[in-house]
Design a protein around this ligand. Structure first.
Ligand code: GLA
Length: 364
């Protein structure tokens, strides 16, 4: 078997901006989906996933199933339709240590791992750009989630020691060095499972689009904060709130890049706190459990700031924490969360990683 891995991603800031023509600042992380690949003895594709089970499909006749299988089959479908690929019989073995439903993009990592494995094993000669664009297309058209480009982009393009500052309109990007010093990223998973296919995500996307129409502009790049204030009485309350988040979040991404380049890493905490407020109040994509974790963390010594991450409606919180205090911070937040909700929070210290790659041996 040949092995390929694709990382999950942690978005430092720029949430719900990628499909709104904005800026994002993700980091590929050291949690991976691995795909082992080899030829099979028949014409079919046999998929075995450590966490989800097994299935077999005929690549000449693919249809969606409304389940995790679609993330795999969607890649075959898009490669067949867009690139005219004819697949031989294959065996794929999938393993993952990216927590699912935690806002770390396990599904994009699965798509990118599959496309990277097929690309390498079948010598398809896809460019990086094709790998992330086709993965997003599979999710948009086959899985049916109107996600933006951030997750697939980060999983393909990540670089160890760096965040990716991406303009989702021009697709220009810059690697920004992460000098974390005495601090580290900690992810606290509330255990409240979110799935982008549940509908809340697509609904926010529609609302953000409608807000643009009400404001009479074609893109969020044309909307400044002062215009937003001026037109407040002419638009609906929902449109005002959704637009307020997008416009201010874009400014926060630029501020975060500035902090990473010219200031101390721990100062990111302040913009993370502001981002959370905006996501919870203006964009309304948080939930009680996640807000509780954020409020609790803010009171703990050694945490410089935190916010919900990913699509929302559950999932995880990202906190910037002093390395030396991670153990205590994690124990305190878990205990308080359990007392309040009777649920177990999981915490992960995550580091940056390179993007999807071929491995000499299995990693997981
Ligand atoms: C999900 C989507 C991304 C992005 C985030 C929210 O992770 O896949 O494209 O929209 O939600 O920022």
């Amino acid at each position: 078997m040949k092995y390929y891995v694709a990382p999950g991603r942690l978005n430092i800031i720029g949430e719900h901006t990628d499909y709104n023509g904005g800026f994002v600042l993700p980091v590929a992380i050291d949690k991976y989906v691995q795909v082992g690949i080899e030829k099979s003895h028949d014409d079919l594709v046999h998929v075995k996933s450590q966490s989800f089970g097994e299935f077999t499909f005929d690549s000449k006749n693919i249809s969606a199933t409304d389940s995790w299988k679609d993330y795999v089959m969607g890649i075959f479908d898009v490669l067949k339709k867009d690139k005219g690929v004819n697949f031989p019989g294959l065996k794929l073995e999938i393993k993952s240590n990216v927590p699912e439903g935690a806002g770390l993009s396990s599904s994009a990592a699965l798509e990118v791992a599959v496309i990277t494995a097929l690309n390498g094993f079948l010598n398809l000669n896809l460019t990086d750009e094709e790998r992330y664009n086709l993965s997003q297309k599979a999710e948009n058209e086959f899985v049916g989630v109107q996600c933006g480009i951030m997750d697939q982009f980060a999983s393909v393009m990540g670089r160890k020691g760096h965040a990716l500052f991406l303009d989702t309109v021009s697709m220009k990007y810059e690697y920004v060095p992460l000098n974390t010093g005495e601090y580290t990223f900690v992810v606290i998973d509330s255990g409240v499972k979110h799935s982008l296919s549940d509908g809340g995500y697509n609904k926010r996307r529609e609302e953000a689009q409608k807000a643009l129409e009400e404001f009479g502009v074609n893109s969020y790049r044309e909307l400044s904060l002062s215009q937003l204030f001026m037109k407040r009485s002419q638009v609906s309350e929902i449109s005002y709130k959704r637009a307020m988040h997008v416009v201010t979040e874009n400014e926060r991404v630029k501020e975060a890049v500035d902090i990473l380049k010219h200031s101390n890493f721990e100062n990111l905490g302040r913009v993370l706190n502001q981002s959370h407020e905006s996501l919870a109040i203006e964009y309304e994509v948080s939930c009680d459990e996640v807000n509780f974790i954020v409020d609790t963390l803010k009171e703990i010594d050694g945490v410089t700031g935190c916010r919900m991450i990913g699509g929302g409606f559950g999932g995880s919180v990202l906190a910037i924490c002093e390395k030396a205090k991670v153990g205590e911070i994690s124990a305190e937040v878990k205990e308080k969360y359990n007392k309040e909700y009777g649920k177990e929070a999981r915490t992960y210290v995550v580091d940056s990683s390179d993007g999807a790659m071929k491995m000499d041996n299995a990693l997981i």
